[in-house]
Design a protein around this ligand. Sequence first.
Ligand code: COA
Length: 180
Amino acid sequence: MKKKFFKEIPCGAQVKKAQKKYLKQIAEIAAENFSGLKGPKDAVKWVSCNFSAFPRMQYFVAITQKGPRKEIVGYILWVEKGGFRKESVWELEQIAVKKAFQGNGIGGELIEKSFLEIKNYLKKRKSFLKLVEVTTGTDNQAQKLYRKTLGAKKECIIKNFFRSNEAIMIARFNRPPVKS
Ligand SMILES: CC(C)(COP(=O)(O)OP(=O)(O)OC[C@H]1O[C@@H](n2cnc3c(N)ncnc32)[C@H](O)[C@@H]1OP(=O)(O)O)[C@@H](O)C(=O)NCCC(=O)NCCS
């Protein structure tokens, strides 16, 4: 993919935990990228619900800074499944980058940096990560990104899920060795 805005937006876009003040911008990016979020109003409601479910649901954002102007250019939503388990199971529920900024490495950076934060959060909780599930349309190039950043592998396909068939990808992790 042709790299756009590379000079203005080095791939070192900062990844941070989302704050309430960012929700409107997250919703705008969601509405721009997902047809299921019909418009900004619907999207704000959706994003606010998820944000309220912390720490079960955790948003992170990618922020770029040009002079004094900070801009949210992408977000990622992680969701814990089935309880606050010792052997913790998570879903990378949603990720999107502003259309004008896609293809600059921001999506990859969002996954890698936020994933480290999730693992640190689990370490503090004395849990460990057993598995990450991530699903996307079978025609979506994001599958490549999930393979590269998480080591996720396609395990099955569900027919006619959202607008098309959905690939279910899973990344599995080993239990850390017990210290003797
Ligand atoms: C998927 C998405 C978050 C990736 O973010 P990004 O900043 O464009 O991704 P990066 O630049 O870090 O990485 C691009 C890599 O992912 C792949 N990729 C993922 N989505 C892509 C897209 N829509 N167009 C082109 N390449 C895409 C490319 O193959 C590329 O791999 P490469 O670096 O080996 O060439 C972004 O394209 C997006 O917001 N898409 C729309 C929403 C969406 O489909 N989300 C995922 C489903 S939940």
